[in-house]
Write a protein that binds this ligand. Structure first.
Ligand code: SAH
Length: 218
């Protein structure tokens, strides 16, 4: 595991403060809070930013992308866990891998799709170093989902399309939940979409601000 001299104690204390803040913000699932208390978020960003790793802000991870703020990671994970998702989850937008790492501690298997190859390679290496092995990676446009392992019990999308990609809906099993930010920059809603026997139930959760969902891969 990657370590940095001198950061151990400090980061545990700042992580505890982050967890207190998440509880104040309304995160109540103890399993999610405990996972985030243990996850070394500072390892997911460049050294220059690691001192800010436990602030509740989105920080740059290169290629014009950001690591989602802790509150958003907690909220999205909690929505899936509270829905009862324990099995196979499709994640769109591996990014630096932090969300995937948190998710992988609470479900059997994460299938993570990312369009920017170097970001995904860096994430998968770090997660192997952290001995988190129940994640499979695919370099692809997430608009195609990952048909090989469908249907999924949960889908978590961490970039915002203007509308929900139909293919992702098709790759859900009945009873599955998708957590997805939808809408234009400046007007996105986090939505929870549940697949029923006859269609989909959509619930607005809260206003959010994600990087856009971009078609194609690079
Ligand atoms: N969950 C990530 C958040 C990363 S930001 C984390 O914890 O760091 C969103 C990510 O979605 C970016 O890495 C971006 O490249 C990716 N993305 C955007 N559009 C995509 C698409 N169509 N397919 C796959 N990944 C996409």
């Amino acid at each position: 595991m990657k370590t940095r001299q001198g950061i151990g104690m400090t980061s545990q204390r700042t992580r505890n403060r982050m967890i207190d803040r998440l509880m104040e913000q309304g995160i109540s699932n103890h399993s999610v809070l405990n996972i985030m208390r243990d996850m070394p978020r500072h390892l997911f960003m460049d050294d220059a930013l690691s001192s800010r790793a436990y602030e509740d802000v989105a920080l740059p991870i290169g290629y014009n992308q950001t690591i989602s703020q802790p509150y958003i990671v907690a909220r999205m994970t909690e929505l899936l866990v509270d829905h009862g998702v324990t099995g196979r989850v499709l994640e769109i937008g591996t990014g630096c891998g932090y969300q995937a790492a948190v998710l992988a501690q609470t479900v059997d298997q994460v299938y993570s799709v990312e369009r920017i190859s170097p970001l995904q390679k860096k994430a998968s290496k770090l997660l192997m170093d952290l001995s988190i092995r129940n994640i499979k990676y695919l370099h692809s446009d997430g608009g195609w989902g990952w048909p090989d392992f469908a249907p999924y019990e949960g889908v978590l999308v961490s970039a915002a399309p203007t509308e929900i990609p139909k293919v992702l809906l098709q790759q859900m099993q009945v009873g599955a939940a998708m957590i997805i930010p939808v809408g234009p920059q400046g007007g996105q809603q986090l939505q929870k979409v549940v697949k029923t026997a006859t269609g989909f139930d959509i619930e607005d959760i809260e206003a959010v601000s994600f990087v856009p969902f971009v078609p194609g891969k690079q």
